[in-house]
Ligand binder design. Structure first.
Ligand code: ADP
Ligand code: ADP
Length: 225
């Protein structure tokens, strides 16, 4: 069973006006457990729209979104928020870490919000930091970390609640090529150690080629590369 399944997803903006844009026109995607998939899309092709729908931040006009087999497309906000918090992790181009908290605390907080006990949350955060080579940086605030370190902490935070699906939007877009490579390797390490799936939007064709497969957004559909 796929961790995330999008079926026949359509989305238009400014529907019924002369400015109508049909961004998605029946897009399909199934992420299997353990799979890392590259999402390649020219600017304006609908990458953000797709990621927002996949992450339950937006709803499609037509089609279904299933997370771990559950159709959550038209569920209420409470259920969708709950599924998003537990099952979906997000990473963006910018880390969005909380500046006044340490690296460790940034990874502990989402676990507390999800009902975890302080001690268990801290232990998990420390394990995640160690897995990306940042055991020695747990007490540092984001401003005291390099760009690559900040982004590795952001990955740890995204995985804090052990989601089934990781959605990443240009996660290495702000980094120089060498650092991007290291950060990508750290991400693969984290994902490989679990049964989660990852959908990673990137313009970096070299990184895309290192993932399990690539899909491209073209004319509102997802097609294999
Ligand atoms: P990408 O992330 O690939 O650049 P987006 O999903 O942000 O693409 O947008 C796809 C298309 O939809 C673009 O043409 C954009 O201008 C249009 N669009 C996005 N959001 C809106 C909106 N809220 N209202 C109108 N048009 C939008
Ligand atoms: P962009 O990719 O548009 O540049 P940023 O990287 O600056 O965006 O990150 C801000 C992102 O936070 C936006 O893409 C927005 O959709 C996303 N967002 C909004 N609400 C939530 C939420 N509740 N949980 C996670 N992300 C959210």
């Amino acid at each position: 069973e796929p961790t995330l399944e999008l079926t026949g997803i359509s989305k238009s903006y400014l529907q019924g006006t002369p400015g109508q844009v049909d961004v998605l026109r029946g897009a399909d995607l199934a992420l299997q457990a353990g799979e890392v998939v590259a999402l390649v899309a020219p600017s304006g092709a609908g990458k953000s729209t797709l990621l927002h729908i996949a992450g339950l931040l937006d709803t499609p006009d037509a089609g279904e979104v299933r997370v771990a087999g559950e159709d959550v497309t038209r569920k209420g906000d409470r259920r969708r928020t709950r599924v998003r918090r537990q099952e979906v992790g997000f990473v963006y181009q910018f880390h969005h870490l909380l500046p006044e908290f340490s690296a460790l605390e940034n990874i502990v907080l989402p676990q507390l919000a999800n009902g975890a006990a302080q001690k268990a949350a801290a232990a998990r955060a420390a394990d995640l930091l160690a897995a990306v080579g940042l055991a020695g940086r747990a007490g540092h605030r984001p401003a005291a970390l390099s760009g690559g370190e900040q982004q590795r902490v952001a990955f740890c935070r995204a995985l804090a609640n052990a989601p089934r699906v990781l959605l990443a939007d240009e996660p290495t877009g702000n980094l120089d090529p060498g650092t991007a490579d290291q950060v990508f390797a750290a991400l693969m390490e984290l994902v490989r150690g679990t049964g989660m799936s990852a959908l990673i939007a990137t313009h970096n064709l070299e990184l895309a080629a290192r993932m399990d497969r690539q899909v491209k957004l073209q004319d509102g559909l997802l097609v294999p590369v």
